[in-house]
Design a protein around this ligand. Structure first.
Ligand SMILES: Nc1ncnc2c1ncn2[C@@H]1O[C@H](COP(=O)(O)OP(=O)(O)OP(=O)(O)O)[C@@H](O)[C@H]1O
Ligand SMILES: [Mg+2]
Length: 270
């Protein structure tokens, strides 16, 4: 089945984001459109400050509604506009249907809590019907599935006792435990060294293949995006400058900025 025949899982139309917390409103994102199909991996690539994270946070419903103003737009998921729906509806999706992982797991993991309860947190919030023992079992299983060993020991450890690569796997396990339909990964490998980066990218691909999770993968690195994604969106200064299937973008980049990004990839990586 081609993507055209499938129903979009998420449809973002004409998203505009402004900040208005310090005097003059500042535009962060303009005219952002995105259609994400089930089982699809879409990359968002672009220079620093181009609006990648703001777009992702808006989709995850994590932008502060106080500091941010969406002038226009719609983020349609499951028949609801996530920009205007009530907080209860939004919270019911957060983590359970749409989960997010970030660049630096130490900022998302609570240093005072052991690993196990943090991996289980989403189940505890969204599925209180699942008992303590079952929750623990599922946490250990998902930790194994993301490639962690000796999970019983890890379960009782604290975040600072783990390496950066292991912490990122813990974040992925915590994001995947409730089997979300969309996983948003904002620069999930930037803080890691190259070999660990490649392993995390392989893990995301496996998650996509096994669980059919749709993934929005944000990166500065077009070569990583090319290894993982089916489709890519190129952003510059808050706008989408180009979008298409990976092969199309590499073979026929239309925008000068996209050509620069392709030229910046070391040739051995291609
Ligand atoms: N709290 C804020 N108040 C005002 N402007 C902000 C705020 N946070 C971000 N911005 C602005 O929004 C724009 C988009 O930022 P965003 O964080 O989405 O960029 P990015 O593409 O993720 O960059 P990076 O690659 O560095 O993570 C930038 O111009 C930034 O200066
Ligand atoms: Mg960012």
């Amino acid at each position: 089945m081609t993507h055209q025949e499938k129903k979009p899982l998420l449809q973002v139309t004409d998203l505009h984001i402004e900040f208005h917390d310090h005097g003059q409103p500042e535009t962060a994102v303009e005219d952002f459109d995105l259609t994400l199909y089930e089982g699809e991996i879409v990359g968002i690539v672009g220079e620093s400050g181009s609006g990648k994270s703001m777009s992702a946070l808006a989709i995850a419903g994590l932008l502060s509604r106080r500091a941010m103003m969406t002038r226009r737009g719609e983020i349609l998921f499951d028949g609801h506009n996530l920009l205007t729906c009530d907080r209860k509806t939004l919270r019911s999706y957060q983590g359970d249907e749409i989960a997010m992982i970030f660049q630096e797991p130490m900022t998302s993991l609570n240093p005072l809590l052991r690993i196990g309860p943090q991996v289980e947190e989403c189940l505890k919030i969204h599925h209180p019907e699942i008992g303590k023992e079952e929750r623990r079992k599922r946490a250990l299983t998902i930790m194994e599935q993301v490639g962690l060993r000796d999970t019983e020991t890890l379960y009782r450890m604290y975040p600072h006792e783990l390496s950066g690569g292991m912490r990122q796997r813990i974040m992925i396990a915590a994001a995947m435990i409730a089997e979300p339909r969309i996983l948003i990964a904002d620069e999930p490998t930037t803080a890691l060294d190259v070999t660990i980066q490649a392993k995390i990218v392989r893990l995301l691909r496996k998650i996509n293949e096994v669980a059919h999770t749709s993934i929005l993968f944000i990166s500065h690195d077009l070569s990583l995006v090319a290894q993982l994604c089916h489709r890519v969106i190129v952003m510059k200064q808050g706008r989408i400058v180009e979008e298409g299937r990976i092969e199309e973008i590499f073979e026929h980049p239309k925008d000068v900025y996209t050509k620069e990004l392709i030229d910046a990839i070391p040739k051995v990586a291609l």
